[in-house]
Write a protein that binds this ligand. Structure first.
Ligand SMILES: *[C@@H]1O[C@H](CO)[C@@H](O)[C@H](O)[C@H]1NC(C)=O
Ligand SMILES: *[C@@H]1O[C@H](CO)[C@@H](O)[C@H](O)[C@H]1NC(C)=O
Ligand SMILES: *[C@@H]1O[C@H](CO)[C@@H](O)[C@H](O)[C@H]1NC(C)=O
Ligand SMILES: *[C@@H]1O[C@H](CO)[C@@H](O)[C@H](O)[C@H]1NC(C)=O
Ligand SMILES: *[C@@H]1O[C@H](CO)[C@@H](O)[C@H](O)[C@H]1NC(C)=O
Ligand SMILES: *[C@@H]1O[C@H](CO)[C@@H](O)[C@H](O)[C@H]1NC(C)=O
Ligand SMILES: *[C@@H]1O[C@H](CO)[C@@H](O)[C@H](O)[C@H]1NC(C)=O
Ligand SMILES: *[C@@H]1O[C@H](CO)[C@@H](O)[C@H](O)[C@H]1NC(C)=O
Ligand SMILES: *[C@@H]1O[C@H](CO)[C@@H](O)[C@H](O)[C@H]1NC(C)=O
Ligand SMILES: *[C@@H]1O[C@H](CO)[C@@H](O)[C@H](O)[C@H]1NC(C)=O
Ligand SMILES: *[C@@H]1O[C@H](CO)[C@@H](O)[C@H](O)[C@H]1NC(C)=O
Ligand SMILES: *[C@@H]1O[C@H](CO)[C@@H](O)[C@H](O)[C@H]1NC(C)=O
Length: 431
């Protein structure tokens, strides 16, 4: 009954599912993948290493393929990365500090913008220069840069903000405290877009340069703002209901189909070169898009503005970045299971029956590799802790004290190469 492999990763995935909002990404919105479009620099959070560090890639010129990989210092764990024109910022895991790097300086000089051990940052976004984040206090949004421009509109201090996103000169957020309506601040485009969204209730929004698209309560994609190249013209009958990701550039918009993870774009750029690729997430610069591929967690970039076209026609060019590492996906709480004919299923509904059936391998992250024999029991123990934590009956769930002592036991099982503790010894209050 101990055929249950490598479970610590289940716990990790599970935590990621809770930590990350189910829908994320784009021109300067926080995710595990970001671009600084001014220098075509792509940065991402690495998975399967002791540190969730950040690596960046900058393509070479069109004549040579010598792009460069830039490891970002300090080499510590991050949870969210966002990009603007020539700035990349990331939240350190836990959200208590915010670090930024200038991508137009080869040395990637680091700057700490925020550090506070009681108030943590949540959603993060950069548009050109403006960097904004939400805190876990009731106050709405904190922004750094541009400093002291009094002609800018500020976000209403009384709003409790969910996801925030930035375009060129403006930012918008979903106001959780006002029925998920859209509020925008910054330049005059902000006022226009906020007015056009009116009191519509949105579950996700993403900004391009001068337009914003979002998903309303019916799952439809709604776009507002500049329509100069048809970027608001959401194609009908393309199976885009409840899109699982959005990425907007200067004159185009892209969405990930929830049904099969493929990307659809409209406006000035189409998805031709990646029509069959399944994506976890996508992010756009002004005139190119990058995505995190579901099958192997690598990153691919495409579009007329992606520099490394190597002689191919701009409409079909694409490049898989030679990052040499797999990228953290930020697992969605609801995902598509092939076993159920591709219907959306929640992580809990999928994982609990698999664990109960002794098929732990199905819920573990394949990127970590199977657990050693001596780790198997610990993994199993963690799986059972996870199951108990998602019990629908609140009073059946373990207390924090139970969780801590059981996790400590799991550690003991790993540490001591001697002896083992049978998972039958797992105990919580309700047993
Ligand atoms: C690329 O190569 C072409 C022809 O070999 C040359 O004319 C052009 O200047 C090169 N461009 C760059 C950016 O090196
Ligand atoms: C980052 O730190 C981890 C250990 O925490 C180490 O394994 C890894 O090699 C380091 N990466 C770089 C690029 O220094
Ligand atoms: C690049 O960053 C380094 C280190 O912060 C700094 O000394 C240098 O002046 C910067 N270069 C430019 C061109 O800004
Ligand atoms: C953290 O933020 C809170 C609220 O803004 C503030 O009262 C406190 O002084 C800050 N702590 C530090 C160490 O800056
Ligand atoms: C913010 O998060 C920290 C750490 O989880 C917690 O100590 C603090 O009480 C939270 N603040 C609010 C207002 O929720
Ligand atoms: C926030 O609400 C309080 C009381 O409802 C009000 O007095 C204050 O003007 C509001 N602040 C803003 C920025 O709207
Ligand atoms: C200040 O903001 C206004 C409105 O967005 C903008 O027109 C102006 O250029 C900004 N000024 C500076 C110095 O950034
Ligand atoms: C939204 O606004 C319209 C008119 O602009 C109004 O008829 C409708 O009741 C409002 N809906 C909500 C939920 O406030
Ligand atoms: C956007 O532009 C397209 C043509 O490019 C047009 O068909 C469509 O109606 C426009 N949509 C909006 C909302 O203005
Ligand atoms: C994904 O779904 C769309 C619409 O349902 C379909 O047209 C397309 O062929 C599918 N692509 C793949 C690779 O399954
Ligand atoms: C893409 O945008 C960049 C600015 O970010 C610009 O320098 C470049 O010329 C654009 N490329 C194309 C093909 O439009
Ligand atoms: C499990 O055993 C392998 C070799 O058999 C060893 O390399 C590894 O460190 C052990 N793992 C733990 C957690 O003790």
């Amino acid at each position: 009954m101990t055929r249950l492999p490598f479970l610590l990763l289940f716990a990790v995935s599970f935590l990621i599912a809770i930590t990350f909002p189910p829908l994320i990404h784009a021109l300067g919105s926080g995710s595990t993948l970001a671009v600084a479009y001014g220098t075509a620099t792509v940065c991402a959070i690495v998975a399967s290493e002791p540190n969730q560090r950040i690596i960046c890639y900058r393509p070479g010129n069109t004549n040579s393929s010598s792009g460069t990989i830039i490891p970002v210092l300090p080499n510590i764990s991050y949870s969210i990365v966002a990009g603007g024109e020539t700035t990349i910022c990331a939240l350190r895991s836990g959200g208590f500090s915010l670090l930024c790097w200038e991508t137009n300086n080869q040395t990637f000089p680091e700057k700490r913008l925020y550090s506070n051990n009681t108030v943590s940052l949540q959603s993060l976004t950069i548009g050109e220069e403006r960097i904004c984040a939400t805190t876990n206090t009731s106050s709405a949004v904190t922004c750094w840069r541009p400093i002291g421009n009094t002609s800018e509109i500020s976000p209403d201090g009384n709003y409790t903000m969910g996801k925030i996103t930035s375009g060129s000169g403006f930012s918008c957020g979903i106001v959780l405290s006002h029925n998920n309506r859209v509020s925008c601040w910054g330049n005059s485009v902000a006022t226009e877009i906020e007015t056009q969204f009116g009191n519509m209730s949105m579950s996700n929004i993403e900004a391009g340069v001068s337009h914003v698209c979002g998903i309303d309560s019916k799952g439809d994609i709604i776009c507002r703002g500049n329509n100069s190249t048809g970027q608001l013209n959401v194609p009908l009958n393309k199976d885009l209901n409840f899109a699982s990701g959005l990425a907007l550039g200067e004159g185009f918009s892209c969405a990930i189909r929830r049904s099969n993870g493929t990307v659809v774009c409209w406006g000035s750029m189409t998805e031709t070169p990646v029509a069959d690729v399944e994506f976890e997430s996508i992010v756009s610069g002004l005139n190119f898009t990058c995505g995190l591929i579901t099958s192997n967690f690598s990153v691919i970039c495409w579009g007329p503005g992606w520099p490394e076209t190597m002689g191919s026609t701009s409409n079909s060019s694409r490049q898989i970045l030679p990052l040499g590492a797999q990228i953290l996906p930020g697992k969605r709480a609801i995902f598509k299971s092939d076993e159920n004919g591709g219907t959306p299923v929640s992580l809990v509904d999928y994982a609990v029956p698999a664990i109960m059936a002794g098929e732990l391998a199905r819920v573990l992250d394949i990127r970590v590799g199977p657990p050693e024999l001596n780790e198997t029991e610990a993994v199993e123990l963690v799986a059972y802790i996870a199951i108990n934590c998602v019990n629908l009956e609140g009073k059946e769930r373990p207390t924090i004290g139970d969780i801590v002592s059981n996790l400590e036991r799991a550690l003991t099982v790993c540490d001591g190469s001697h002896g083992s503790i049978s998972s039958s010894g797992f105990s919580i209050v309700s047993e």
